[in-house]
Every structure is written in C-alpha cells, then in structure tokens.
Design a binder for this molecule. Structure first.
Ligand SMILES: C[S@@+](CC[C@H](N)C(=O)[O-])C[C@H]1O[C@@H](n2cnc3c(N)ncnc32)[C@H](O)[C@@H]1O
Length: 259
C-alpha cells in the first residue's frame, strides 16, 4: 500500500545516483523509486521534495543561504517577532531551545537569529532528511557556516514521544521547548502557502499532538511555548500561564520557572 511506503530518495541526474543511494540509506528512506505521491530528489542544488500528484507545484528546496529563509534577510528586527517575545528572549536572556516539531526549520531559524542555540527535532523521515540537508549545506557555506555550526543542531530523527529520544535529551535538557504541531487548516487550499500544503499532505495531521505538552513540560527546565492558530483550542486542554497573540498565530506560554 502507498500509505505504508517510505518516500523514495533518488538522483535528479545520473551523476548523483551513488550519493542519492547513500543518503537514502542514511535517512532510512526508500532507495528505489516507488509509487509514493512524494519523492525526494538529489540535485546539484541539494535535496528537494517533489509532489508528483501536483506537477504544477514547484519542488520544495529549503535554502537557508540564498532562499526566502536566508539568514541575512532574517537578521534584522528579530526581537520584535511574537515568537521571540513568547520565548522570553531578551538581552541577557538567551535560553537554549529545543524545537521539538522542527518541520522546515523556519521558526527555529528565527529563534537562532535572536541569539539562541537551537536543537531541532523532527520525526518524519523525509522532512528530517530535507531539513538536515538544508542545514548541512548552509553549514558548509562560507557565509553562513560558522554561525550555523554554533547556533543550529539537527538531532537524529525522533520525537519527544519516543523513549530513546527522551532518554538522550535528559542528559542535556533544554531551558525552553517550542512546539508547533500540525493543525488542520480550514482555509481554501489556495490560501495555504504551497510549501505548507506539501507538508500537510505529506505528514498529515498530528493526532498525538496533545501528548507533546506533558512530555515537553517534563523535559524543559524553564518554559514551553506552543504555536496555535489564533482560534484553535489550547493543546491538551491545558491552559497556558500567558499568551502572545500575533495576526495569524497565538503563542501559548507554559512557565515552569523564570529564566
Ligand atoms: C507545522 S510543522 C512545523 C513547522 C515549523 N515550525 C517551521 O517553522 O517550519 C509540524 C512538524 O512537526 C512534526 N511533528 C509533529 N509531531 C511531532 C513529534 N511528536 N515529534 C517530532 N516531530 C513532530 C511534523 O512531522 C511536522 O514536520
């Protein structure tokens, strides 16, 4: 059944065949092509995700060096971002952060540009591969390399809901954990950005999202922040200590102790 198949990781050009096969093995993805509606392709630009059922949709190639997420463009005004305020980042308060639902790494990059060291945890093998490759490419770039290496670390594919990951994180617990699980979008599909549409179709809903909050509260030493659509119910039915509300999102803050 297609639903049980792993996303294949294949070469975009024959010259990348060996590298693509090695990468597929490293990330636990299918080495040979299959019927999956999504495919990861290794090209000279890096790893990209193609939605085969939607041929008009451009492949998704996260780029932290030159693309929309480029670090230089993010560098200004970071402290004004609602997410930055919700995490309590300020001069002299730069908590270590675990982004436990890393996705495409955009929010993590904002937090890192606000001066925090951020670890990224993602459980979907194809998204994990896409994200890791984008971060590794940025870590090799002369402009972004040293900054990436000191601020961003992608953890092995996993989840706060698996005991192996939790066990390894307990050795070095983060001060703050950031959660942004999938939320079913009601907007007409054209209004949801294309890359979010791809993510939603590949990953689906996160039906176990409510369980993330108690796990995060058990691990973080100081604070957990949950991103939600403005009108969405609170995660796990648990009321936050505080909230930061922006135009599109609400950040629910669960305080354990001040930084
Ligand atoms: C809405 S996206 C996050 C987007 C991200 N904040 C960004 O800026 O790109 C949610 C992501 O969380 C991941 N996820 C959901 N539950 C998870 C869990 N328990 N552990 C790890 N990752 C999880 C999903 O696979 C998906 O990639």
């Amino acid at each position: 059944m297609i639903a049980d198949q792993q996303v294949p990781l294949i070469a975009a050009e024959p010259e990348f065949s060996a590298a693509a096969a090695a990468m597929a093995q490293r990330f636990g993805l299918a080495v040979a092509d299959n019927e999956h509606p999504f495919v990861l392709e290794l090209s000279a630009q890096g790893l990209q995700l193609r939605w085969r059922e939607q041929p008009k949709t451009s492949p998704l190639l996260p780029d932290f060096v030159r693309g929309k997420q480029a670090w230089r463009r993010q560098a200004g005004g970071m402290r004004q971002e609602a997410i930055v305020r919700a995490l309590g980042i300020a001069k002299g308060h730069r908590p270590s952060i675990l982004d436990a639902t890393a996705g495409l790494g955009r929010d993590a990059m904002i937090l890192a540009h606000a001066g925090c060291e951020v670890r990224l945890l993602e459980r979907h093998p194809a998204i994990h591969a896409l994200l890791t490759n984008a971060i590794e490419r940025a870590a090799q770039d002369p402009q972004t390399g040293s900054w990436m290496s000191t601020h961003i670390q992608v953890l092995p594919c996993g989840s706060l809901l698996d005991s192996k990951t939790m066990q390894s994180l307990r050795n070095q617990p983060p001060m703050a954990i950031y959660l942004d699980p999938m939320f079913p979008h009601r907007e007409k599909s054209a209004q949801v950005k294309k890359d979010m549409q791809m993510l939603q179709n590949l990953v689906g809903a996160d039906p176990d999202a409510d369980n993330l909050l108690p796990a995060a509260l058990a691990l973080a030493t100081h604070r957990v922040v949950v991103k939600r659509p403005v009108k969405a119910p609170v995660l796990g039915g648990q009321n936050p200590s505080n909230q930061v509300i922006s135009k599109k999102h609400r950040f629910d803050i669960y305080n354990k102790q001040p930084y």
